[in-house]
Design a protein around this ligand. Structure first.
Ligand code: KG4
Ligand code: ZN
Length: 353
């Protein structure tokens, strides 16, 4: 079976063709994956402008789908589309397109949760994760920790109480004058900085309770305190120096110090949870998993604990439609299909079952 995946939840228009392999351990193969980024459209505004995003999706979607189908070598048996969460106007473009195409071609339509897509990107590339698995999804809108006992069932262990990790990267980059998108910019300049130059605080929320590890809020994250201390530090240094901007070497030090704290906070939680739940593998997915420091440290911690670490290649870390098609195949095999009344849901919850 082959699935055409369509993703338009934020600022990339993406389409892909993914097929089943018939192998249990490595269930899917990418035949094509096309991503049209809207970065250039949003750059001058310093962030994603929802109306511009929806309009750009309308312009790009036909070409992107056509390209994915041509490169994928023809047909498909079903269409998987991101139903939510995301920007409602943007989601609607992909959903309306997918619905119309599914109806015209008489193929099933499979609604997919965007974060299920990020999680399945791990399996798409490396095959099924040894379970139980603990997976961190870190993107511009989410910082969620999940436990997976059975494929396709995602149990939420913790989430951010304020800013998502990617959002913190984006805001700090803006503050440092590094532009948009912020994550890759910080990643780049941090390589030239001293990550111990500034001591930013690590926010640690309540430890997990041995008697009630399932309680919500027990493994949550918070990044707003860290962001505020970066804001204060930068303001104080500007005043000290009597400058509007800081010298590049100092910007690099701040970026590296901030990045170190985010990476350690994320990995401390991930590996604590892995220990707690006797995980046989851990995973990191979502845009922030493209971060080079996060990748290196996750690999190192995994190796020292003998735990396989699943991280997608950079191309599959950020938004794409191959992950949506893969998650769609998983859902289709579990019996899920959408009807003609399917609607976009900007705050769609990821069901445990
Ligand atoms: O998953 P994604 O492409 O879109 C959402 O679903 O949000 O994630 C985008 C986020 C942005 O906040 C971006 O700054 C961040 O991922 N990001 C990074 C890196 N590349 C992208 N953050 C840190 N380091 C990177 N190399
Ligand atoms: Zn995403």
């Amino acid at each position: 079976m082959r699935v055409l995946g369509i993703e338009t939840s934020c600022d990339e228009t993406a389409a892909a063709v993914v097929e089943e392999t018939g192998e249990l351990e490595r269930p899917w193969r990418i035949r094509s994956s096309v991503v049209a980024s809207q970065v250039a459209v949003h750059r001058e505004w310093g962030g994603v402008v929802p109306e511009l995003s929806a309009r750009q999706h309308v312009r790009d979607i036909c070409g992107v789908v056509r390209q994915a189908l041509e490169a994928g070598g023809g047909g498909y048996d079903a269409i998987a589309v991101t139903q939510g969460p995301g920007l409602v106007g943007s989601l609607l473009v992909g959903l309306a397109f997918a619905k119309a195409l599914a109806w015209a071609r008489s193929v099933p339509l499979i609604p997919v949760h965007h974060l299920a897509g990020h999680i399945e990107s791990l399996v798409l590339e490396r095959g099924e994760m040894p379970r139980p698995a603990v997976v961190l999804v870190v993107s511009g809108g989410h910082t969620n920790l999940y436990r997976i006992e059975q494929p396709g069932r995602y149990e939420l262990l913790g989430r951010t109480r304020d800013d998502a990790a990617g959002e913190a990267f984006d805001k700090v980059a803006k503050l440092l004058g590094l532009g948009y998108p912020g994550g890759p910019a910080i990643d780049l300049v941090a390589r030239h900085g001293n990550d111990r130059a500034v001591r930013f605080p690590k926010t640690r929320l309540t430890h997990a309770d041995r008697n009630a590890p399932h309680l919500p809020g027990r493994r949550d994250f918070s990044f707003s305190g860290l962001k505020t201390s970066v804001v204060r530090h930068v303001a104080a240094r500007r005043e000290d120096l009597g400058l509007d901007g800081l010298p590049p070497a100092e910007v690099a030090d701040i970026a590296a110090s901030f990045q170190r704290v985010v990476v350690e906070t994320l990995l401390d939680r991930l590996f604590e949870a892995a220990l707690w739940y006797d995980a046989r593998s851990v995973g990191i997915a979502g845009g922030v998993s493209a971060n080079s420091r996060l990748r290196e440290e996750a690999e190192a911690r995994g190796a020292s604990r003998g735990l396989p670490v699943f991280i997608p290649s950079p191309a599959l870390s950020t938004d794409n439609a191959a992950m949506i098609a893969a998650a769609g195949l998983r859902r289709y095999r579990a019996g899920v299909v959408g009807g003609p009344d399917l609607n976009a849901d900007p705050s769609l919850p990821l069901q445990a079952a």
